[in-house]
Design a protein around this ligand. Structure first.
Ligand SMILES: Cc1cc2nc3c(=O)[nH]c(=O)nc-3n(C[C@H](O)[C@H](O)[C@H](O)COP(=O)(O)O)c2cc1C
Length: 342
């Protein structure tokens, strides 16, 4: 079990959290947020370093945006490449910059599956089943057992590489329409082998990947971003998402970063876009696991974020768009929350 520096009910947003050996100075997380600031070769650029060093002032944890673990899982141009050792030197400049501001740095490891194009990957795209994402999109090739071994190894190699580049840990991306969440969702996984059908089968490959990553970086605490429900008819239900959360804990994950909805940015229903919109899913996950969770969703107000931690609804709070729009968000939140009250 993780040693927690303080029980969530006593702690607030500005209090530190120990995740194993990793001390995070406060509970403010800048979540993975794709910025298109990598070079076309997938390298760190000065612009990217500038961006993350500004965000790192005040934040407890920076999750560096989704990076590809193998060329066939590349989702975009200008996306970070975690598949090659020759990128380590540039990545080291990025982690040094974040650490220089006192924040911890992890990187989100991703395989796009069918949520990309062959133009980006340079080869036929892959998916659990040969079903296109949209009517006019490419038909992917069904992932074979050999592909699964290879992709699992690509994740674990990228995890080991991340540590060599100075990252404190990694986050396995299992949300937002990408490969691992495509395995979880009955909308994209129609397999009839042991990787399709029941939720135990649909989570088999994501858990195999997670076990490989945990094994590759044994003294490190591994994070996983989970899309806890697709929020769509016929998609992954919350009930099944909670089974996945339990599976992730059993597979050695230390923190679950709880997102939802296939796109992951906000609920499709505009009326559901209230502050903290995905936090109820984090709270539901927190009830079935002992490890820490991150809650997210339209959070803007520091007092609201603090109340989420104080009320034990989540252990850490991720602030995406509000923090991206104002890189001083964390500093301002800390100043508001630590101001002596009359
Ligand atoms: C432009 C943009 C890029 C994003 N990129 C990623 C990403 O790389 N990986 C990921 O897991 N989520 C990504 N997200 C989702 C955010 O991490 C976050 O969960 C979501 O925006 C909800 O939080 P917010 O309302 O505070 O922005 C992105 C969101 C936006 C708006």
């Amino acid at each position: 079990m993780e040693s927690k520096s303080m029980k969530s009910k006593e702690a607030g947003l500005v209090d530190p959290l120990d995740v194993g050996r990793l001390r995070i100075r406060n509970r403010i997380v800048f979540p993975a947020y794709f910025s298109r600031t990598a070079s076309e070769k997938g390298e760190v650029t000065p612009q990217m370093i500038e961006r993350y060093s500004a965000l790192a002032e005040g934040a407890g944890l920076i999750v560096v945006e989704q990076a590809f673990v193998s060329q066939d899982g590349r989702s975009n141009q200008n996306q970070l490449d975690m598949s090659r050792d020759d990128k380590i030197e540039g990545l080291r400049k990025l982690t040094d910059a974040i650490h220089g501001k006192g924040a911890k740095a992890i990187v989100q490891l991703n395989h796009a599956g069918r949520h990309t194009t062959s133009q980006v990957t340079g080869q036929q795209i892959l998916a659990p089943s040969p079903i296109s994402e949209k009517e006019d999109a490419e038909i992917p090739r069904e992932v074979s057992q050999e592909d699964m071994w290879r992709i699992g190894d690509a994740f674990s190699d990228a995890a080991a590489r991340s540590l060599r580049a100075g990252f404190d840990s990694v986050e396995v991306h299992c949300a937002h329409w990408y490969l691992l969440s495509q395995f979880l969702s009955p909308l994209s996984n129609r397999r009839t082998d042991e990787y399709g059908g029941s939720i135990d089968n649909r989570m088999r490959f994501p858990l195999e990947v997670v076990r490989k990553v945990v094994k590759a970086i044994p003294d490190t605490r591994v994070f996983c971003r989970l899309g806890a429900t697709d929020m769509l008819d016929g998609g992954l239900t919350l009930e099944d998402g909670l089974k996945v959360a339990e599976g992730l804990e059993a597979a050695g994950i230390s923190v679950i970063d709880v997102s939802a909805g296939l796109g992951g940015i906000q609920p499709l229903d505009p009326n559901a876009r209230v502050q903290g919109f995905f936090v109820p899913y984090a709270t539901a996950v927190k009830k079935v696991v002992k490890i820490n969770v991150i809650g997210v969703g339209g959070i803007k107000d520091p007092l609201f974020a603090d109340s989420l931690v104080k009320e034990g609804r989540t252990d850490l709070v991720a602030v995406g768009r509000a923090f991206n729009a104002n890189p001083n968000w964390a500093k301002e939140a800390i100043s508001i929350l630590t101001k002596p009250r009359p």
